[in-house]
Design a protein around this ligand. Structure first.
Ligand SMILES: C[S@@+](CC[C@H](N)C(=O)[O-])C[C@H]1O[C@@H](n2cnc3c(N)ncnc32)[C@H](O)[C@@H]1O
Length: 210
């Protein structure tokens, strides 16, 4: 289970070298496809060092970024300085969101949903803080569609969670659909493991992930 204290310690330790060792090209392509869709007032959960910043449209009303690691936020602050919209970066555990209902037009996440212990709780929080017509944009690695790779991901997941602090076999599109989002996978890459998702809250949560 990725508790905030453990995640904070993991990322404070790896912050300085995060951008050099954890930034494969497929992630950057997905960020490029996805975060240009953000609009209005945006909340990014698990903002890290600010890898998404160059991909946001210049006309955002504002960006609020949450992260539990001060080490990661320190680097994000440097990257935020030249952005043409107001940016507020806040050290917080994003599992419960410290905002009133209907505060944001877009919630974004890049590689941050895979570590949380209770996805259903976070997804209901995201629904709560989104305004009507709002959207969640998420770049994630998910359980591989290939059965052999999926079995390997299941086998290696406890070790991956221990050392990296996230799950290698998380079924994020299905979990979002169960939480009442209409989910569209706008791009898959890297054997279908890397996905760019748009998820919109629906009033009739019978709809499946496509
Ligand atoms: C894999 S990094 C992704 C960073 C960045 N979004 C990117 O795309 O490079 C995950 C980030 O989520 C943060 N994080 C994980 N769980 C968190 C939580 N419960 N509350 C706040 N931040 C969290 C970590 O500190 C880390 O910065």
């Amino acid at each position: 289970m990725a508790q905030p204290d453990r995640v904070r310690a993991l990322y404070d330790r790896r912050a300085r070298r995060y951008d050099t060792v954890v930034d494969p090209a497929w992630q950057e392509r997905l960020r490029g496809d996805l975060f240009g869709r953000a609009r209005g007032e945006v909340l990014e959960v698990g903002v890290g060092t600010g890898a998404t910043f160059p991909h946001y449209p210049a006309n955002l009303v504002s960006l609020t970024g949450l992260d539990v690691s001060e080490g990661m936020l320190e680097l994000a602050r440097g990257r935020a300085a030249p952005l043409p919209f107001p940016v507020r970066l806040q050290a917080a555990d994003f599992q419960t969101l410290p905002f009133p209902a209907a505060s944001f037009d877009t919630v974004t996440s890049s590689l941050a949903l895979c570590g949380i212990p209770d996805p259903a709780l976070l997804f209901s929080e995201i629904r709560r803080v989104l305004r009507p017509g709002g959207q969640l944009l998420a770049l994630e690695h998910i359980r591989p569609p290939n059965p052999l790779l999926a079995a390997l991901a299941d086998l290696g997941d406890p070790l991956y969670d221990h050392f990296v602090g996230c799950h290698f076999n998380r079924r994020t599109p299905e979990l979002l659909a169960q939480a009442g989002f209409a989910v569209t996978v706008v791009r898959r890459t890297f054997f279908g493991i890397g996905v760019a998702l748009v998820a919109e809250p629906i009033t009739n949560p019978d709809r499946e992930a496509r």
